[in-house]
Ligand binder design. Structure first.
Ligand code: SF4
Ligand code: SF4
Length: 189
């Protein structure tokens, strides 16, 4: 089973995904409550409010030149507080799926992270850190990529936060059926 991004149950057409985002935010009145509520906005180059305006205008290139949507950690706070009741976290997730579907280069690392994370959850019912990191590093297809994480990995191992485990390379995942069911539900019109 191919690992997927959250909600990435099927390969929707890119224009459908963008249209879905536009539909979700079309009633945005630019009040800024989402931006003021977002704990990650300090690191974003566009505030969520600005992102929704660009989405309304269909400014896809500007949206994908921004790192705002992939810094969304899906906490749902903006969704809870939006006075228009807009499904903003879902809109952020749809932008992530769109970036992955279109192979946007600067989103590749984040998309690979999501996929490998969810794949370890599908296989074991939880994250097995060592296997997750190995798969994530391999997915980047860059032998030098793991070096940037070496000191962090050593620190985590010293603190017993990461255990050395032999990865399970073959066989069914514990949550294959659950993931298949979610995919089936997502593919329903
Ligand atoms: S909180 Fe809702 S209405 Fe206000 S700017 Fe954000 S998306 Fe728009
Ligand atoms: S769901 Fe995403 S955009 Fe909304 S407040 Fe949380 S991190 Fe920010």
């Amino acid at each position: 089973m191919t690992p997927n991004l959250p909600g990435e149950g099927h390969q929707a057409h890119a224009s459908d995904l963008l249209a879905a985002v536009q539909e979700k935010v079309q009633a945005c009145m630019q009040c800024g409550t989402c931006s003021g509520s977002c704990a990650n906005s300090f690191a974003m180059d566009l505030t969520p409010r600005q992102l929704w305006r660009l989405a309304q205008l269909g400014e896809k290139e500007e949206i994908f030149n921004s790192k705002t949507f992939y810094l969304c950690s899906a906490c749902y706070y903006c969704t809870l507080r939006c006075p228009r009741g807009l499904h903003l976290t879902e809109a952020m997730a749809a932008l992530k799926r769109l970036a992955a579907a279109e192979g946007i280069e600067r989103y590749k690392q984040s998309a690979n992270f999501y996929r490998t994370f969810m794949d370890t959850v599908r296989r074991y019912g939880r994250v097995r850190e060592m296997e997750f990191m190995n798969r994530y590093f391999m997915s980047m297809k860059n032998p030098f990529f793991p070096l940037g994480y070496a000191s962090l990995g050593i620190k985590l191992m010293k603190k017993g936060k990461v255990s050395v485990e032999i990865p399970k390379l073959f066989g069914k995942g514990r949550f294959d059926r659950l993931f298949a069911k979610v995919r089936e539900l997502e593919e329903r019109p």
